[in-house]
Design a protein around this ligand. Structure first.
Ligand SMILES: C[S@@+](CC[C@H](N)C(=O)[O-])C[C@H]1O[C@@H](n2cnc3c(N)ncnc32)[C@H](O)[C@@H]1O
Length: 186
């Protein structure tokens, strides 16, 4: 199953088909960077849809004790050990092409070549523009810069994506009915 609601997370059922379509645009055999893994709900889907690629899944996995709403929503106490445990036990064994990086993008990511996609799902309160700019420079021509939270709760994301679109003179694609966005690097 590539979408598993038992894995805590934010990717929702309306986003599954759009994320699959975005994955279909990614150059075969490239390296993919996923920024913001949490328990790996979307890692599962990326791994399955991008089977020819290697996915570098990066997250600092800090202590998530403050996420009370999510604890209630999933009926699970989400602490650092729980989130990592879910990722390691329930997601990673199904994802042979995923390598995990515990840290922050871009500081802790060493892979810099043959990057076919950078997918962002951070808390949408980081400096998104800086993150996307670094990723843009890493991407191959024809590669995909994309992410979630292009919506009212992700105003930083909207501002940053629009700025990248303007500066690089590229089209921003917004699949209908969800918060995904993507840009193709021409
Ligand atoms: C919204 S959650 C990710 C949810 C997940 N993608 C899903 O759909 O279930 C955001 C995650 O981004 C991580 N994060 C935030 N900024 C980051 C950065 N610069 N580099 C790596 N991870 C980051 C946080 O630790 C958190 O786990």
């Amino acid at each position: 199953m590539v979408f598993d609601e038992n894995i805590p997370g934010w990717l929702n059922v309306n986003e599954v088909n759009s994320l699959k379509e975005i994955c279909s645009l990614v150059p075969n055999n490239s390296n993919v960077i996923q920024v913001g893994v949490f328990a790996g709900r979307d890692t599962l889907l990326l791994s399955h849809e991008l089977s020819s690629c290697t996915i570098y899944a990066i997250d600092p996995w800090p202590d998530y004790r403050l996420l009370k709403d999510l604890q209630v929503q999933n009926g699970r106490r989400l602490r650092l050990s729980d989130v990592q445990k879910i990722f390691q036990k329930e997601v990673l064994p199904k994802c042979a092409n995923v390598q995990t990086v515990q840290g922050m993008f871009p500081a802790d990511l060493n892979i810099k070549e043959n990057i076919g996609m950078c997918y962002f799902d951070t808390w949408a309160d980081s400096n998104e523009y800086n993150l996307y700019s670094v990723a843009w420079d890493l991407l191959l021509k024809g590669g995909i810069l994309c992410g979630r939270s292009f919506s009212y709760w992700g105003i930083n994301v909207i501002t940053a994506v629009r700025r990248i679109g303007r500066e690089k003179n590229v089209c921003i694609h917004l699949p209908p009915g969800n918060s995904l966005w993507y840009i193709i690097k021409k």
